[in-house]
Write a protein that binds this ligand. Structure first.
Ligand code: EPZ
Length: 422
């Protein structure tokens, strides 16, 4: 297990390329199971989550080849059972449920464990499959779904107590592509990653309208064919580095971004007094610190609201921003593991009932800290950029799950970071 040494108080400058989206790649790789032909997916980031998904596809019987960011998947025949030892490592493996069930009429998936950001229920996924006519049993920690006569389209409302479900919407949309008749998804998630999946499915011959809105209509077809697809840029990685530029930059530029997906991050950085400008075509963004940054409030919400996946990174910025900031996570109310670690570095944060109240301090001091969930870990790297001394971030594997070569990108920007064996 590696750890990352981050020497603080440096400044970042220069340009990096943002990778393809992890959260678009995962459901799209699962969707390749919907056809027996070989599909090609480009710009799949080399992170452990996507590599777990490739291992799951291989274990299900697909032929999988990866060459740099390009992945070829040929699922000529597939088994309905996703292997426990792989599924337990990544919640997102739940998104093979829909493709397996609609392709082979059966799926056996282990219940995903919880994780540090809070409970990760799958009740909406199960409700969706039952809505399409599947029967569902829970046995030995597995969800066993069967639909021997195939699935039948239906109108299904996917609203959960914390709003729409991204992967739940994905699972239902994928299952509905080969169901008989029409499926209407109400209260659908509208994240860009859902739209990217819909575009991939349409490229396979699926008939889908309304992706990106709260109401998606899918007309079932008899079969789907192969497709070649390039996944969208990773808006969470881009947002993470935009915060780095606002905290510790002398003007950094991020290439291969998509302005349309970065509205919440852009608006919040401007509100906090920083400088953000996009190129005319929206594929590049430059960020630098403002002269008088100020604290802000954040309440996370489903897209296009402020993403829960970016609140930890903005918290890292607020801990050394003059004034008081309040961050509330309405989607994952327990997602504040990063705060206790930042307090070890001298941050003034009070966490209570799903919100963090942050009082800006002048500077943090380096300390050994522990990475936890993916985004909390990235937030610790950002905080370390503004700490006196060298911060040691342990359990780097959390960051490697979703950030492609984060240390190399920071080095490219002039950051003084070092990956060392733990
Ligand atoms: C996706 O997870 C993302 N992961 C998460 O990013 C992201 O935080 C989350 O969406 C919210 O935006 C991927 O896309 C691979 P949800 P997902 O189902 O789909 C509740 C990262 O850092 N819920 O949209 O699993 C749930 O508890 C990861 O890259 C139910 O109640 O999340 C949560 O409160 C972390 N029942 C809310 O809905 C269900 O059946 C949103 O969860 C499913 C979810």
């Amino acid at each position: 297990m590696d750890k990352l040494l981050v020497h603080g108080n440096g400044s970042l400058r220069g340009t990096i390329n943002i990778s393809g989206s992890k959260n678009a790649s995962l459901p799209i790789l699962a969707a390749t199971l919907l056809s027996e032909e070989a599909s090609i997916v480009r710009r799949v980031p080399d992170v452990s989550d996507t590599n777990y998904m490739l291992q799951i596809l291989r274990a299900l019987g697909a032929e999988v080849e990866r060459s740099s960011g390009t992945v070829r998947v040929e699922p000529a025949t597939v088994s309905p059972e996703a292997p426990y030892d792989l599924v337990r490592k990544m919640r997102a493996s739940i998104c093979v449920m829909g493709p397996l069930l609609t392709r082979v009429g059966r799926a056996k998936i282990s219940l995903p464990g919880g994780c540090v950001i809070g409970d990760r229920p799958v009740d909406l996924h199960v409700k969706a499959m039952q809505g399409l006519g599947a029967s569902v049993e829970m046995e030995g920690g597995d969800i066993i779904l069967t639909a021997p006569k195939g699935l039948v389209g239906a109108e299904i409302d996917m609203q959960g107590k914390h709003g729409p479900t991204v992967l739940g919407t994905d699972n239902l949309m994928m299952a509905a592509t080969l169901a008989r008749g029409t499926t209407i998804i109400e209260s659908a998630a509208s994240e860009p990653e859902v739209v990217d999946l819909a575009n991939f499915l349409i490229g396979m011959g699926a008939r889908i309208e309304g992706a990106g809105t709260r109401r998606i209509v899918i007309e079932g077809v008899n079969e789907l064919t192969a497709v070649e697809h390039t996944v969208i840029p990773d808006r969470i990685e881009a947002g993470t580095f935009m915060v780095a530029g606002a905290m510790a930059g002398e003007g950094i530029t991020l290439r291969r971004v998509c302005r349309d997906h970065l509205g919440a991050a852009h608006d919040k950085l401007i509100e906090a007094g920083h400088l953000v400008s996009f190129s005319d075509d929206g594929s590049e963004v430059s960020v630098s610190p403002g002269a008088s940054p100020r604290g802000c409030d954040i309440i996370t919400a489903p897209y296009p609201g402020f993403p829960t996946d970016m609140q930890a990174q903005f918290t890292a910025m607020f801990v050394t921003t003059p004034g008081i900031s309040v961050v509330e996570d309405k989607i994952f109310p327990q997602r504040f593991m990063h705060c206790s670690e930042m307090k070890r570095m001298g941050a003034d944060i009070t966490v209570d009932g799903g919100r963090a109240v942050i009082r800006g301090v002048d500077i943090l001091s380096a300390a050994p800290v522990m990475a936890s969930d993916l985004r909390a870990s990235a937030a610790l790297v950002l905080a370390a950029l503004r700490a006196r001394g060298t911060t040691e971030i342990n359990r780097l594997y959390h960051i490697d799950r979703g950030y492609e070569h984060i240390d190399e990108k920071l080095l490219q920007l002039g950051g003084t970071v070092e990956r060392v064996p733990a």
